[in-house]
Design a protein. Sequence first.
Length: 288
Amino acid sequence: MKPSPFDYAAPATVAEAVALLADGDREAKVLAGGQSLVPMLSMRLARPEVLVDITRIAGLARCAVGGEGELRIGAAARQSAVAADPVVRRGWPLLATAIDRIGHPQIRQRGTVCGSLAHHDPAAELPAVAIALDASFVLAGPSGTRTVPAAEFFVATFQTALADDELLTEVVFPAQPPGRGWAFEELARRHGDFATIGVGVVLDRAADSVAGARVVFCGAGPVPVRLLPAEAAFTGTALDADDLAAAARVVHSQLEPAGDVHASAEYRREAAAHLLTRATTIAWERTR
C-alpha cells in the first residue's frame, strides 16, 4: 500500500517543530527514525497531513552524561549509537542490553530511543527499561517544557502523556549506583520479533542481602508492569531458591497478561515466572 498524501517539514529548531505540531488546522506526526511510523503510513493506520522531520534540529542526536551524572539521550539519537557508546554500556548496561534485543541491526541503525518510547508498544523493551531505571521524559510544548517520570508517561497501548502539540526532546536516565546488578530476559518466537514476554530486573545489594529491587515486565499488559510484590519478596533476603520460588508464585498469582494468537495468558504467565527466576539470578550474580 501507499501512504496518504502529506506535506513534509524539516524544522531547524525545537520551537519551529512545536509550532508545526501545535497547528490546529492540520494533523502532524513527528518523524525521527520512522521504524514505527513509516509502516503505519504505508498501511494507512496513520494519515497525518504533515510530517515533522526533527533530525535536522541541532543537539537532538546527543547522547551524553550531564552535570549530575545522568544520561541524557536526545530525540534523534539512534538506538545503535546509544547501545554502542562505551559510556552507556559501562554506566547503564541494562539499557544497552535491551537495545541489543530490538529487532535487527538495520532497524537499530535507523530507529531512535525516544521514538520507541513515544510510540509505546507495550511489548517493546525500552518502556520497561525506562521504568526499571526510573527515567524521566522532557517534553517541549507551546507553554514551555515539562518533565514527566516514566511511571506516569505510559498511559495505555500506543498512548503516552505526550500531548499532540508536544515534542519529546530527550529521555533522562539517572546515574546508577556502583555495584548494582541488572538483567534483561525475554522470550520471542524468533530473533528480532517483539517479545512474547520479557522482564528487566535491577538489584541493589547490602552485605549478603537484597537492599532494593525493581522488576518490570514487557508484553504483560497495556503498559509496562512493575510487579511490586515480587520486589518485596526479594528485598531483605539472601536470594536463595526459596526466595526465587516465592517471587515465581507472585507472578503466577498476580501477573495478568492478555492472551492472543501468539500465546495464551497462561503461557505468558508461566514463561514470565521462569524469566524472572533467570533474570534475578543473573542480576544477583552481577552485584558481587
